[in-house]
Design a protein around this ligand. Structure first.
Ligand code: CUA
Length: 339
């Protein structure tokens, strides 16, 4: 091969590789990881990307070089010279991909086994998916169920999934992994959050009409703040003081995201104003206790005029235990009578 050919091949390759590298590095393809597992997965991703860019540059260089230099003259319809194979070339183009694919396989296997290795003092969280809500319960703090996934920074977390109806899929982009929740199975997912912040839990498996709104919040907290929250909440939930338990259930289940309630300091207007529950019960001609309970468990049974049907999740009857439901009903009744 002539020296000039090698120089132009390298030149084209460097330009093509540079463009591909710039597209890889300067466009925000991936979110900043918030778990150790995501960091390792990103490493595999970049390992593969670098290999791909080198191959892309080599292929583009040869392709462009051939197009420019071996272009047939106009009206030249003759066949090229016959070629009978080239053993050296064939060994090369078999060996290089074999080495690269094997390397990717080995790096991936190491990352998979490291990501699955639980740390010490594992925090267990039971994740329940149902049309169209997530709920998170903490077996270590009996009876504590939350609609927000709160996790401590730097501690091994094992999520165990249950689906109550169809297939959903758990995904927090910053945690870097997805896990399908399949009815009848209880798959697990290991996460070690390593960045304090708020992230979005997304359902990433088409699961029905409400699929697009099946989202929750994941909050990674400093370990001390998390422990305070866990102990405070589990005490409040188990408290014989219905008002403290009710307030905790109200805040954990995100009621305040849609409803106003002075006692809880929430002022959203998506759903009816809960300070007016006694009036609503009167309009529905129902005893207050029954009315409030039914509106939580089966929200479509009575829809306050001007509010749409099917907006309130019909899942709280399943998410909340009987005790939690009692406490919440009592809390709402007491608060609304004051309001
Ligand atoms: Cu649940 Cu999509």
């Amino acid at each position: 091969m002539r020296r000039g050919s090698i120089a132009s091949l390298i030149g084209i390759g460097v330009v093509a590789g540079g463009i591909a590298a710039a597209a890889a590095v300067f466009l925000p393809w991936l979110p900043t990881p918030a778990s150790r597992e995501a960091g390792r997965i990103d490493f595999v991703f970049w390992f593969v990307v670098v290999i791909c860019i080198v191959i892309f540059a080599a292929v583009v260089a040869m392709l462009l070089y051939a197009v420019i230099n071996f272009r047939a003259q106009p009206d030249d319809d003759s066949d090229g010279p016959p070629i009978h194979g080239h053993t050296g070339l064939e060994i090369t183009w078999t060996l290089i991909p074999t080495v690269l694919v094997t390397a990717i396989g080995i790096v991936s296997a190491i990352v998979l086994s490291r990501d699955d290795a639980l740390g010490k003092n594992v925090l267990h969280v039971d994740v329940t998916a149902q049309q169209f809500a997530w709920s998170f319960s903490y077996p270590d703090a009996k009876g504590l169920t939350s609609s927000t996934l709160r996790l401590p920074e730097g501690r091994s977390v094992l999520l165990r999934f249950t689906s109550k109806d169809v297939i959903h899929s758990f995904w927090v982009p910053e945690f870097g992994q997805k896990q399908d929740t399949v009815p009848g199975l209880h798959p697990t997912l290991h996460i070690t959050p390593d960045r304090v912040g708020k992230f979005t839990v997304i359902c990433t498996e088409l699961c029905g009409l409400g699929h697009a709104v099946m989202r929750a919040q994941a909050v990674v907290m400093a370990p001390a703040a998390f422990n305070d929250w866990l102990h405070g909440q589990s005490k409040a939930v188990a408290s014989p003081n219905a008002s403290a338990a009710g307030a905790a259930i109200y805040s954990n289940n995100g009621c305040g995201a849609c409803h106003s309630l002075k006692a809880a300091g929430t002022s959203a207007t998506v759903g009816p104003d809960l300070d007016r529950l006694p009036q609503y019960a009167q309009q529905a001609s129902r005893p207050l206790d029954d009315f409030v309970r039914q509106s939580i468990v089966d929200p479509n049974a009575y829809i306050e005029p001007k509010y749409p049907k099917n907006v309130m999740p019909q899942t709280f009857g399943k998410v909340l235990s009987k005790q939690q439901l009692d406490a919440l009903v009592q809390y709402l009744i007491n608060s609304s009578k004051k309001g």
